[in-house]
Design a protein around this ligand. Structure first.
Ligand code: FMN
Length: 281
């Protein structure tokens, strides 16, 4: 298994602890087999370097220990020592107030979302690398299954590399060359663990792609998703040319550019809620 695959398994397991502690009434003694597994796997993983995943695992166990101390339940010494020093690590559970959540969430999202359009005219001016990095960081907050990280972004600013990427995409004629950046969003299938998850990558990747678009929109940049739907031999050619390994699926390309002062956008009519919404009871 690749390090990514092991990281995903560690995340999937320690996330059971975080989730359990975030329930209205955590069950005393829950997740013991998970903790035993982490006690064996995390130190082995850390031999390749500590990171937010191993720290997150230790922090979750640390909060599990804290919960059991608060309710006066016994904690095995090896669990306690595994969690030793994890207080400063990011992970486990935190408490928010409703006010805090509302203070950040009460933006006019309806207006924000409805003023986002796929932009197919860019000025041709550059897109700063920092803007892409910032948007990626925001988009990484998008929900993902069991908190496992599978999403990847490749981005090109150089006109020749942008053109090379767009050469493998079928829907950018007439405007792709004016984008300041071209991104490709992929998902590493190593994060997924069984047959039931065979389509999960498309979901996690698609949701991430949308958040990335919103994060760029929030910075005043124009975007247009560019489909990666293709047939086998073209996909193979693209992978070889762009260095996409077999363990990654290509979710979508994305053109990012500066918006002109006046811009025509496709209306792309959408149905009213009642046409897609079924109330079950
Ligand atoms: C995965 C995906 C792939 C897309 N591919 C293309 C494309 O290749 N070329 C293009 O001009 N627009 C593409 N679009 C943009 C859609 O046409 C557009 O999102 C849709 O019409 C809704 O319009 P809006 O984004 O302006 O709200 C794509 C959108 C998605 C979600």
């Amino acid at each position: 298994m690749s390090r990514n695959a092991i990281a995903a398994r560690i995340t999937k397991e320690y996330h059971r602890i975080e989730k359990g502690l975030a329930l209205p009434e955590p069950k005393p003694g829950f997740a013991q087999p998970v903790i035993d597994w982490l006690l064996a796997e995390v130190p082995a993983y850390e031999r390749g370097g500590r990171d937010y995943i191993s720290d997150g695992a230790r922090a979750a166990v640390g909060d599990w220990v804290g919960f059991h101390d608060r309710i006066g339940a016994a904690v095995r010494p090896e669990i306690r020592s595994f969690a030793q020093g994890s207080d400063n690590f990011e992970g486990g559970v935190k408490t928010l107030t409703r006010d805090e959540i509302l203070a950040a969430a009460m933006i006019d999202f309806d207006r924000f979302a409805k003023m986002r359009h796929s932009i197919r005219q860019f000025t041709g001016a550059p897109v700063p690398e920092a803007a892409i990095a910032r948007a990626v960081e925001t988009a990484l907050k998008t929900p993902r299954v069991c908190n496992r990280e599978s999403r990847r972004v490749r981005v090109a600013f150089d006109p020749a590399v942008r053109a090379k990427m767009l050469g493998y995409q079928n829907g950018n004629r007439g405007f792709g060359h004016l984008a300041g950046a071209v991104a490709m969003i992929t998902v590493d299938l190593a994060a997924f663990t069984d047959f039931g998850e065979r389509n999960q990558g498309w979901i996690d990747g698609g949701m991430f792609a949308m958040s990335l678009v919103n994060a760029l929109h929030a910075q005043g940049l124009g975007t247009c998703m560019l489909n990666s739907a293709t047939i086998g031999w073209r996909d193979a050619k693209m992978r070889a040319a762009l260095g996409v390994p077999d363990n990654e699926i290509v979710i979508t390309f994305l053109a990012v550019g500066q918006i002109p002062d006046r811009v025509a956008v496709a209306v792309s009519p959408a149905p009213r809620a009642g046409e897609v919404l079924t109330v079950m009871a």
